[in-house]
Ligand binder design. Sequence first.
Ligand code: MEV
Length: 307
Amino acid sequence: MISAAACGKIILFGEHAVVYGRPAIAVPVTQVQATALVQPRAHGLTIHATDIARTVKVEPHNLIDPLAAIVNLTLAYLNCPRPQLEITVHSTIPIASGLGSGAAISTAIVRALAQFAGRPDIAPEVVSQLVYEVEKLYHGTPSGIDNTVIAYQQPVYFLRGEPIQTFNVAHPFTVVVGNTGIASSTKKAVSDVRRGWEIDPARYEAWFDWIGAIVQQARSAIEAGTLDRLGPLLDQNHVLLRELDVSSLELERLILAAKQAGASGAKLVGGGRGGNMIALVNDQQREAVIAALKEAGAVNVLVTEIQ
Ligand code: MEV
């Protein structure tokens, strides 16, 4: 039996604007992960997603269903004769919540099949490209940031269509991640932002420029270790995401609770409208912020250090 895993991700700065060519900063979250298990079978090729109780018979050439598509694309890339297998996927990354569950599931499948085919050293760049093809099925017009940060499993400064850039974290810092428990479609949020941009391009381009400038300042602050600058930048990024109409009452409730409990900055992460938010904390603020998020209705809270 062969198994492989992939982590989740959070976008620290720049979601949505990244779809329009502005930079964004994303980091892996290793506390949550997707796993894929590959077992030889006597007949057929099936994939079983235990969390959503879904079994897909992988027909050759199916490039429409995301689970079948990632299997077919990977086998074609590996030049692997069609095997008789059962692939079982399981994930602790909440679905449709801004933590990259779709990209992580695809990544785990690619890695497991590569191992099965005797190619465990498949390059992250190849994994990322295969997963990107399937991200298009999930999201419509993805920037590519989710597949990149998850396939490389390292902090990235991302610009659509450009080679991956990493950056130095001068001083580690901690964010608390609070889940509203509301599943929300990234595809819908991204397409609603696109509709707004089509109606009033000048206004949206100005917001995207502003977000891009925040991302650049955040990168400098992270590289210089001037972490006191990060909190206000998170807050400013969130205000702009609110302007893009991708926040929600539940996200606002958690963000307010985190700020009132002492977090130096907070924002939604990913597509928005639900899913997760993050709050920047130091060691003294951490427990109070976790407690405040739970009190305000977070269904799950995790803590991650960026280093
Ligand atoms: C989704 O994790 C991030 C978005 O910016 C969409 C994308 O970049 O493809 C909302």
